[in-house]
Structures are given as C-alpha cells and as structure tokens.
Design a protein around this ligand. Structure first.
Ligand SMILES: [Ca+2]
Ligand SMILES: [Ca+2]
Ligand SMILES: [Ca+2]
Length: 136
C-alpha cells in the first residue's frame, strides 16, 4: 500500500503515528487511570458500534437500521439482542449481550500481552500497530 510513497515519507508517517496519542485508548479509559479494563473496553466498542448502527441518532437501533449496516442480519439474532422486546437495541442491551456472550474476551486477552488483566497504552499501541500491519 506504500508502493508509491517515498520510503523517507513512510518512515516519518510511522514516526508521527507513534508520537500521536491513541484516541481509542483515551476514549476507552473512562476513569482516566491509564489502564483499560475489559469492562471499559467492552463499553467503548459497544459505544462505537451502537453509534455506527444508529443511523438516525435517536439512541435506539431498530431492525431496519441494523439490517442497513449488516446485510446478512437476521431477526433471530436481532431479537437475542433486543431483550426487552421493544423493537430496538439500546446501548445497554448491546453491552449486556457482549458481556453475556464474552464477545471481546479473546481479543482483549490477545491485547493484554503481559496478562495483567488490564491494557496499558503500550499494549494498545502495539495492538494498533499489529492491526495496521494487516492493513486494518
Ligand atoms: Ca435509531
Ligand atoms: Ca430493546
Ligand atoms: Ca496488561
């Protein structure tokens, strides 16, 4: 992907990338103590996903909105998330699902390379760079 960019520029881009703060880490670290717990990470991811799927920004993700963003979505899965059956997925319902199904446990463990149970900025940056190397 960097084929047409001079190597020096690539190097400086990478340096800038390393020097800048990691916005995801700061957003996820809700209590600002420099560590991100699994609970904080889950809340952060659900916030992003919920915002992305909630096309009309009313705080509820209806089946129509869900389907727009997930063409392969089916109603059975939607109903599993919509636990109060009001026809929309709230942020709290999304988070409850993610926790119940342990959706992000594995990726969190992979990010927590020292096994401390929390992510520090160094671990988050390493993971981000790892993802970047895959073009993500
Ligand atoms: Ca909505
Ligand atoms: Ca609901
Ligand atoms: Ca750690």
């Amino acid at each position: 992907m960097f084929r047409h960019i001079p190597p020096v520029l690539v190097a400086s881009l990478i340096l800038v990338g390393c020097a800048t703060k990691t916005p995801h880490f700061d957003a996820a670290d809700r209590n600002g103590n420099g560590r991100v717990t699994l609970a904080e990470w889950e809340a952060h991811i659900v916030t992003i996903l919920h915002r992305e799927n909630d096309s009309n920004r009313d705080g509820r993700v209806t089946f129509a909105e869900w389907q727009t963003n997930n063409p392969s979505a089916n109603r059975t899965r939607f109903m599993k998330l919509d636990t109060d059956g009001d026809g929309a997925i709230s942020w709290a319902e999304g988070l409850a699902f993610v926790r119940k199904e342990h959706v992000y446990d594995d990726v969190f463990k992979r990010m927590d390379t020292d096994g401390s149970g929390t992510l520090d900025r160094r671990e988050a940056v390493a993971f981000r760079d790892h993802m970047a190397s895959w073009g993500l």
